[in-house]
Ligand binder design. Structure first.
Ligand code: PRT
Ligand code: ZN
Length: 301
């Protein structure tokens, strides 16, 4: 039974069905996913079973599940949105299910790579011909081998792929890598990348409700803001073109007159790229003064 606050919000806020968002219960994506939803304005209380977070201020609930189950939950219509690695999305979903990637996230980066025992020669994907490759991603790997025109045998494991060559179960592996320390600890060398991955927001085919659209656009807004800064400066009119060119990733800066200063204007711009100290030094070199860089809290395009 949801807590009183959740039941009240269900009754008071909306009569439409509640939006269900599937998030990894306990793993690498959990903290970032829940934090992202909180930044989108969602407050929730956790159910006693720890499987559902009941939204208190929106008709939105979060289901905490294993990441591998998320594409299927969306395909079956149990959940409307979900956050998983692109690797899981491509491995576990079927195109005919209609589940689509709605947004690329800025966390969970890793790569699915081929790794061979240290010291083994490597002449590109052709070196895999006739070999046994251990992986937990047989679909992605098989598709890639087809694209490369390489005939190899895929050994599907459910985990501990990195020890498969030592156990004699496979010759090489295809596994997720981020720092590479697991490969190094197992005397394996990364040779080629099969897939670059990061977390993604998935949307079920039925995710058309106003709240689904609202959450997608809020998530897009949060991600845009994270990489954005608001720059304010005073610029000599004569240097405006040069200064405008120096502002990173800004489309149309706002120009405002400065009281009592005819040869200068105030320039305000939202910059969508990182603003480095070097950029500020170049702006100063071009004649800009009173340069301020501020974080952007919210943005709705
Ligand atoms: O229980 P559940 O099934 O939900 O979790 P899980 O164990 O399947 O997933 P989890 O939490 O390990 O990873 C979730 C997602 O995080 C993955 O699907 C990827 O999209 C992403 N991710 C990012 C990673 C890594 N980085 C990563 N490093 N997933 C796994 N790893 C593994 C890697 O394979 C290696 O064994 O972590 C180990 C350490 O990596 P190195 O290279 O830093 O040593
Ligand atoms: Zn998993």
């Amino acid at each position: 039974m949801p807590p009183l606050s959740a039941r009240l919000s269900e009754n008071l806020l909306e009569q439409e069905p509640r939006l269900k968002i599937a998030v990894q219960k306990s793993g690498r994506l959990t903290e970032n996913s829940l934090h992202l939803l909180e930044t989108c304005g969602l407050t929730y209380s956790r159910g006693r079973d720890q499987l559902i977070c009941y939204g208190e201020n929106m008709p939105v609930d979060v289901l905490l599940v294993r990441d591998d189950d998320i594409p299927q939950l969306l395909a079956e219509g149990v959940c409307d949105l979900g956050i998983v690695g692109l690797n899981v999305f491509l491995e576990k979903s079927n195109p005919e299910d209609g589940v689509r990637k709605a947004v690329d996230m800025d966390f969970g980066r890793c790569r699915l790579s081929i790794a061979v025992p240290r010291g083994e020669s490597w002449d590109g994907p052709v070196s895999l011909a006739g070999r046994r490759i251990a992986t937990t991603y047989p679909r992605i790997l098989s598709r890639w081998l087809d694209e490369q025109g390489v005939d190899a045998s895929v050994v599907t494991l459910s985990g501990a792929v990195e020890i498969a060559p030592r156990l004699g179960r496979a010759d090489v592996i295809c596994d997720l890598v981020s720092t590479g320390s697991t490969l190094a600890a197992n005397d394996l060398e990364e040779t080629t990348i099969v897939l670059e991955s990061q977390a993604a927001l998935l949307a079920a085919p039925q995710a058309h409700s106003a709240w689904a659209q609202r959450m997608i656009s809020r998530i897009e807004g949060v991600l845009r803001v994270r990489g954005s800064k608001y720059i304010m400066l005073h610029a000599p009119r004569a240097a405006l073109d040069e200064i405008r060119d120096l502002l990173p990733g800004s489309e149309a800066p706002t120009l405002m007159p400065l009281e009592g200063l005819d040869d200068k204007v105030a320039v305000h711009a939202v910059c969508s790229e990182t603003v480095f100290w070097e950029t500020l030094e170049r702006l100063k070199g071009a004649g800009a003064t009173s340069i301020l860089v501020l974080p952007v809290e919210k943005m709705l395009a």
